[in-house]
Structures are given as structure tokens and as C-alpha cells.
Design a protein around this ligand. Structure first.
Ligand SMILES: Cc1ncc(COP(=O)(O)O)c(C=O)c1O
Length: 473
């Protein structure tokens, strides 16, 4: 059987026509959702022998921990990806909020090729040219654009490079444990090495996601992820984000660390309130706990600012920020940005990694971060977000039986809440069968995290498909 190869450009020409009508009708006056993409165009199983062979090999040899659709991705450009059958998709998942500059970026590929042929890996036994340069860029950009209390000119910060978000969080939790021990020892008037240190507890929040290693999983309070692997690390207390009253009991004298996402990603796109973050910061200061913001999904310009907390006043800012996903546009990297007041407890040999901080990862991180901070990307994110949110806000009005009233999130980390929790998965499947990649988040949401430079025509196509799908449900 010969499969039809769907041309996205044809679909998008239609979409563009519609988008043009939107813009000429001043202020999106359309009163009904798009129904142009009700028919599935990307759902036929591949008849290619090579695809069948890849899927069979995958089934035979890969650990089956991922549920994946039955096609094989081949290449990408900007916000579009193609499968090996030639079908094109608009990628509103961006590798789960990773490909900030999109796919197939030529300048990025040039840096990668040049650095890989020059020096790829040396281990941390030696210095390389790029790790300190990327660390300096992270610290000085944070000082300039806001975050981590670095507006205070006497404050400094250090960076630890890892290879993933999980590993960045693992590092941050370890550093906080050591800070807790030193602070306890100072108060107790004896060395923590002599035993008896109680300042080891870690607080985290419901619906938070911090990774899958034993430490990161222990602070990811989701029974689905945790139960099969229990017992986890002890001494973890779970609170509720934005619950003011709960803070006093949650964070106490024995707490060494509090970890929170300023905007929860995997948990369903829930933002922390400024007043609550201020109260959390205050409580951490009262008891001497280290405050960690996990900005692995929401940081690095996804909200339009360097950090999701960049524009918050100093009294809402953390001691450490963890990052990963977009920093090298898809090449594995993670990092912890640490105030000097906390970083000073770490000495040679206390933590480490073989691959973290490699010349290749850091050259790529330096390139990506330089572009995100100087190419007007923040402004573009805000403009794209205004347009996208403007369209998404109409959906609960079109589909009040399906959708919760609020569009959640900021910038280009957005979520649509569904009243029936079986629907987000259905929407993601149906959108993919019409050429758009979306993600679910938490129990009730569809998540939109496109590349930060996603063109308006791709935004319109994605929302047109979403409207068509919702109108069929
Ligand atoms: C907020 C947050 N923290 C940590 C992680 C774990 O990162 P990684 O998958 O790179 O280990 C993720 C991944 O989705 C995340 O969204």
C-alpha cells in the first residue's frame, strides 16, 4: 500500500489564509473555532520496511519505559520536524521545552562541528576554555537581568555543570545538605562529623517534578513515579504550592533545603504566587534553609525573561537555581547556579562528574545563551505569547464543557486545563494525527512549550489544529 505523504505547507497555506483573515478582522473577531483540520492526516501506519524494522528493533532491544507513536523521526528545521515517511509536524513540544532555537539551526551546528573537531571532552581533571566562560555569562546575565539576589553588587555566584536536569537537582540537594550540616554545627558548637546533625530534611511540593534519580525522585511527590521504587531517601516533607498557612509547619529548624518550580511544568503548568514565594524565602531565612528554584523547564527565557523569577524583588529570590533543557538547545547539559554564601561550603572532592562542563557542552551553552540573551528572543517570546494566549483564551469560551476557564502559565510555557482528565491525552493524540506535537502535563492539562523562536504561522497552524480537534470532541 502506498501511503499519502501529507504536505504541511499545503495545510499551512490554508492556515495562513485563515490567520490573515484573523488579523484583518481586527482583534480576532471570529466567533467560531477553526474546523479545517477535523480529518486525521498523519494517522496511517507506515508501510515502509525500514520503519517497521526500526520499530521492531526498538521493541526487541529498548527498555519499554516510553509509550511512543508508531513512526520514526528523521530531521527538523525551525519548529517543524519530519518523519522518515516524509510527514511534517509542527513541534509544539520542542523536545519537552528543550529546542529553544528550534531544529537544525545552522549557526549552532557550526559551533558544534568546530568545537567537536577541536576538543570534545577532557574530564574535569583539567581546565577547558568554555566552562568558565559559560559560568561567567550565567552569573553576569543573572546580575544584569535579575535573579538569585545578584542585584546586590557585593553578591557573587558560582556554577556547577552537570549533564541533565535531574543531575543538576541532585547537585543542588547535596550542596544544601552540606550547608545544613555546617549551619547546624555552628549553632550546636560542635563538628557535624561527630554525629547528631538533624538539619537534613528537605521540603518539596505536590505536583512538583524534579527528576527520576533516587534523590530527585524523592522530592517528586507523585505516587506513580515514586511507589515502584520505594523506599526513597528519608526526611522529605511535602507541602502545597501557594499554601501560606502550611509554610510554618512545612519548613522548620531541621529543614536544610526547599525545592520548588516557580512555574510547575510536568505537574500541570501551575505558577507560584509572588506573595507566597516571599513568605517561603522569609521562612527559609528564619530557619537557615537553602531555597532552590528548579527552573529546568520554566527558566532560560521561556517566560520571556532569563529566569521565571528574574522580575521578582530580591526578597523572593532563591539561593540556587537549577537549569538544563534549553541551555545547549538539545545537547545534554545541566547546571546549578549558586550564591557564594552557599557555594563556599563546597571544596575539591565534595562533588563531581565525568562529563559535566565538557568543552563541547559549554561551547554550545555559551552560543545558545549568548543568542537567547542578545537576539531579542525575550521580546519575541513575549510577542508570540501575547498572540498565542490571545487565541488560547478563546478556547474555554468556544468549548466551556471541555475546558477550565483559565489559560495557565506565562510566556511560552502554557497550559489548558480540561474538566475531564481523560481528554488531554486524547487531544495530544488527535493533534499529532493532524500534524501537531503537543504534550500533556499533570492530570488535567495540555501543555504548549514551542521553540522560543516559533514563527507566527506555526503558532496559528497549531491553534487551528487544536480548535479543530476540540470541536470534534
Ligand atoms: C522542572 C524539571 N525539573 C527536572 C527535570 C528533570 O530533567 P531531566 O529530564 O533533564 O533529568 C525536568 C524534566 O522534565 C523538569 O521539567
Amino acid at each position: 500500500m502506498k501511503r499519502a505523504v501529507t504536505s504541511l505547507s499545503a495545510l499551512q497555506r490554508a492556515s495562513r489564509g485563515r490567520a490573515a483573515r484573523f488579523s484583518t478582522s481586527a482583534g480576532l473577531q471570529n466567533s467560531s473555532p477553526c474546523t479545517r483540520y477535523t480529518a486525521a492526516t498523519h494517522d496511517t501506519p507506515s508501510s515502509s520496511a525500514s520503519v517497521q524494522s526500526t520499530l521492531a528493533t526498538s521493541e526487541n532491544y529498548l527498555l519499554p519505559v516510553y509509550a511512543r507513536p508508531q513512526f520514526v523521526l528523521s530531521h527538523g528545521k525551525g519548529s517543524k520536524v519530519w518523519d522518515t515517511d516524509g510527514r511534517c509536524y509542527v513541534d509544539f513540544s520542542a523536545g519537552i521545552a528543550v529546542n529553544a532555537l528550534g531544529h537544525g539551526d545552522e549557526e549552532f551546528v557550526k559551533v558544534m562541528s568546530e568545537q567537536a573537531s577541536k576538543l570534545l571532552h577532557t574530564s574535569n581533571v583539567f581546565h577547558n576554555e568554555w566552562a568558565p566562560r559559560l559560568a561567567e555569562l550565567l552569573v553576569e546575565l543573572t546580575r544584569r537581568e535579575g535573579g538569585l539576589g545578584l542585584a546586590d553588587p557585593s553578591a557573587g555566584a558560582k556554577v556547577f555543570f552537570a549533564n541533565s536536569g535531574t543531575e543538576a537537582n541532585e547537585g543542588a540537594l547535596k550542596i544544601a545538605r552540606k550547608v545544613g550540616k555546617e549551619r547546624w554545627a555552628k549553632q550546636a558548637g560542635r563538628a557535624w562529623e561527630d554525629g547528631g546533625c538533624t538539619k537534613t530534611r528537605i521540603a518539596c511540593f505536590e505536583q512538583g517534578f524534579h527528576g527520576r534519580s533516587m534523590g530527585a525522585l524523592s522530592v517528586t511527590s507523585n505516587p506513580k513515579y515514586q511507589k515502584p521504587f520505594a523506599p526513597l531517601i528519608p526526611g522529605v516533607d511535602v507541602g502545597t504550592m501557594n499554601d501560606m498557612e502550611g509554610l510554618q509547619g512545612l519548613v522548620g529548624e531541621d529543614t536544610c533545603a526547599v525545592i520548588v518550580e516557580p512555574i510547575q511544568g510536568e505537574g500541570g503548568i501551575h505558577a507560584a504566587d509572588e506573595a507566597w514565594l516571599r513568605a517561603l524565602r522569609k521562612r527559609c531565612d528564619e530557619v537557615g534553609a537553602v531555597l532552590i528554584y528548579d527552573e529546568i523547564q520554566c527558566g532560560l527565557y521561556r517566560t520571556g525573561n532569563l529566569w521565571a523569577h528574574s522580575k521578582l524583588p530580591a526578597d523572593c529570590q532563591p539561593d540556587m537555581v537549577t537549569m538544563a533543557k534549553p541551555l545547549a538547545n538539545g545537547y545534554p547539559i545541566g547546571a546549578v547556579l549558586i550564591r557564594d554564601s552557599v557555594a563556599q561550603v563546597m571544596t575539591p572532592g565534595t562533588h563531581g562528574t565525568t562529563f559535566g562542563g565538557s568543552p563541547l557542552a559549554c561551547a554550545l551553552g555559551f552560543h545558545v545563551l549568548s543568542r537567547l540573551s542578545s537576539d531579542n528572543v525575550g521580546k519575541q517570546v513575549q510577542e508570540t505569547s501575547t498572540h498565542l494566549v490571545g487565541r488560547l483564551e478563546k478556547l474555554p469560551k468556544y468549548f466551556p464543557k471541555l475546558l477550565k476557564p483559565e489559560v495557565r502559565g506565562r510566556g511560552l510555557i502554557l497550559g489548558l486545563g480540561f474538566k475531564d482528565t481523560t481528554n488531554p491525552g486524547r487531544v495530544v493524540d488527535m493533534a499529532r494525527e493532524r500534524g501537531v506535537f503537543l504534550l500533556t502535563a499533570g492530570k488535567d492539562a495540555v501543555r504548549l512549550v514551542p521553540s522560543l523562536n516559533v514563527p507566527k504561522e506555526d503558532v496559528d497552524f497549531a491553534v487551528d489544529v487544536l480548535e479543530s480537534v476540540l470541536s470534534q470532541m
